[in-house]
Design a protein around this ligand. Structure first.
Ligand SMILES: *Cc1c(COP(=O)(O)O)cnc(C)c1O
Length: 390
């Protein structure tokens, strides 16, 4: 056989479908329906037209400007966009402030930030750095489906802890197992695909009881839509590592920009892994667009607020139509209907030209996951659902 034994055991992640047979309303991958900010567009255009030579040389390996811009953005917003307050001055400048409950009690510094090619790559390096065949991790049974893929890729033993009756994460059980096996912990908060979140205080209590010498990873891909960020806990817990992304709330899935916020020692560890694989993972254009996104965060605050508004409206619609819907703190809704299976609903909605996500996974097979698009997209889905339910 030409392949390695390692290769034969791989189970790659299956992304939401991207069919080419017709134009669909695509609300199946939790992308943001809004484009990047006008400032991102103009910054990238200007970078390419004024500095074409920069595409011919290696980009800043330390991504210093980007790390500063991310740190500034977090300090300005508290790391939860949908609750930020904005006020516009007469000169057009916008002042951004975190909600009281989101204020970070210290300043996030650039050395607390690591960036990579999407949080998927970031997570890959994190799994490499902190787990191996004798260093296991605990995760919820239903969570981001890439975690078990990495477990297979790096040959890491893991425990998947069933969710509670109400679909929330079983914090107690996860702690128990991690204590018993000396495992690290990872979960998405808010979780996917359930959309439910754990409060910062709950995470804090977990951290107080968890193994201090094992990594504790919180994936905050969706936190900007209403969760509580754990960034304020970073000074209290050296083993806390927070993964975030530009793909959801910063309208940047195509830019492939993910990042870590953690204490500088953990950042150095992940950087060592990166430098052992590819020491230039972020291209020059992504670095420019990332800086510009952080500098125009007021635009994204608006987008996040719109997404939350449309989500609440759509939540009410689904409830009225007899769906069981979880109380989402994300840019998607996780719902099931007593009269139609998840598979059938997904298929029938697809015939109407709209893509939503169905997981053919035992335990959640009755659910569909619906990303929140624009109001217009969701109006189309409302019509399609009414037609399908009859
Ligand atoms: C979308 C998502 C990611 C991946 O984001 P990228 O930055 O686009 O790679 C990571 N974690 C969770 C929970 C996600 O939903």
């Amino acid at each position: 056989m030409i392949t390695s034994s390692r290769m034969n055991g791989l189970n790659p992640y299956v992304p939401g479908e991207q069919p080419k047979d017709r134009e669909y309303v695509k609300i199946n991958a939790n992308e943001n329906p809004y484009p990047p900010s006008p400032y991102v567009i103009s910054s990238v255009q200007e970078f390419i037209s004024k500095h074409p030579e920069k595409l011919g040389v290696y980009p800043d390996p330390d991504s210093l400007k980007l790390h500063s811009a991310i740190a500034d953005m977090l300090n300005k917003t508290g790391g939860v966009l949908c609750r930020c307050k904005t006020s516009t001055f007469s000169d057009g400048k916008v002042f951004v402030e975190p909600a009281e409950e989101d204020k970070i009690p210290f300043t996030v510094t650039p050395d607390m930030v690591y960036t990579g090619n999407g949080s998927d790559e970031v997570l890959s390096f994190v799994f490499y750095a902190f787990f191996d065949s004798s260093k296991s991790f605990v995760m919820p049974k239903f969570t981001y489906s890439f975690y078990p893929v990495y477990a297979g890729f790096y040959n890491i033993p893991s425990d998947a802890v069933p969710l509670k009756e109400d679909w929330s994460i079983d914090i107690q059980k996860m702690l128990e197992i991690s204590k018993k096996n000396k495992s690290g912990i990872i979960f998405a908060n808010p979780n996917a695909p359930t959309s439910l979140s754990v409060s910062r205080e709950q995470v804090r209590e977990m951290l107080l009881k968890a193994n201090k010498d094992e990594i504790f990873i919180v994936d905050e891909a969706y936190v900007d839509f209403g969760g509580e960020s754990c960034i304020p806990l970073l000074k209290e817990f050296d083993n806390l590592l927070i993964v975030r992304t530009f793909s959801k709330s910063l309208c940047g899935a195509g830019q492939r920009l993910g990042y870590i916020v953690a204490n500088p020692e953990l950042i150095n560890i992940v950087t060592t892994v990166k430098n052992s694989v590819n020491h230039f993972p972020l291209d020059a254009i992504s670095q420019v667009s990332g800086v510009a996104a952080c500098e125009s965060v007021d635009y994204y605050i608006n987008c996040a607020k719109k997404v939350c508004e449309v989500r609440e409206d759509f939540y009410n619609f689904l409830s009225k139509k007899g769906f069981f819907v979880l109380k989402s703190k994300t840019n998607f809704l996780f719902a099931s209907h007593p009269k139609i299976s998840g598979e059938e609903l997904y298929q029938k909605i697809k015939k109407e030209g709209i893509l939503i996500r169905h997981f053919n996974v035992q335990g959640i097979e009755n659910f569909v996951r619906i990303s929140i698009g624009t109001k217009e997209q969701m109006d189309l889905l409302k019509k399609a659902i009414e037609k399908v339910l009859g």
